[in-house]
Design a protein around this ligand. Structure first.
Ligand code: IMP
Ligand code: MG
Length: 180
């Protein structure tokens, strides 16, 4: 597998859209404190850009969920570890990199709902509805994309390519980072 030379979504386009999402969230939460629960690792780049557009008081918490091996979903959501204070009574925005089969999100949402947040919204940079196997949905979506395996801007292929500023597609063939 190799990374496409041309970006699938350019860095500039991503930045523009992230700003728009930030403005939507500002309007919807109207100055009320918001706890961003950032799903590691993929959402860190997106979340760090998004939060800089938010004007309400913001707190950060992190959660870890893992379900992937290579480009294949294992179907099993491995552990959700959460290191923050309880979000009981808080407004929470769960920040995800991508909504794919939709298996991870319900597990993470269920975990947070147990703490009875005042409001829980989900923001995903990318959405691949063609692959959905559950009724998981996000309240805020950056880009709805076709079924392609994408990397960059936080997203990885076997832990590589998260640092790319644009979003690229993984293609068949040999190339940078491609072992096989
Ligand atoms: P889901 O449980 O299938 O919705 O998968 C969600 C997780 O799978 C995401 O948070 C990503 O970590 C990973 N994932 C799904 N599609 C892609 C992709 O195209 N590129 C990189 N990671 C992906
Ligand atoms: Mg991943």
């Amino acid at each position: 597998m190799r990374v496409s030379d041309e970006p699938f979504i350019s860095a500039e386009h991503v930045q523009r859209r992230v700003r728009e999402l930030g403005e939507e969230i500002n309007a919807d939460f109207d100055g009320q404190e918001l706890v961003l629960v950032i799903v590691l690792k993929g959402a860190i780049v997106f979340a760090s850009d998004l939060m800089r557009h938010l004007r309400m008081p913001v707190r950060l918490e992190f959660m870890h969920a893992r379900s992937y091996k290579g480009t294949e979903s294992t179907g099993k959501v491995e552990l959700c570890s959460y290191t923050g204070e309880s979000v009981s009574g808080k407004n929470v925005l769960l920040v995800e990199d991508i909504l794919d089969t939709g298996r991870t999100l319900p597990a993470v949402v269920a975990y947070l709902r147990e703490q009875s947040p005042a409001r829980l919204a989900v923001c995903a940079l990318l959405d691949k509805p063609a692959r959905r196997e559950t009724d998981a949905a996000a309240d805020y979506v950056g880009f709805t994309i076709e079924d392609a395996f994408v990397v960059g801007y936080g997203l990885d292929y076997e832990q590589h390519f998260r640092q790319l500023p644009a979003i690229h597609v993984m293609e068949e063939g040999e190339g940078p980072g491609g072992e096989e």
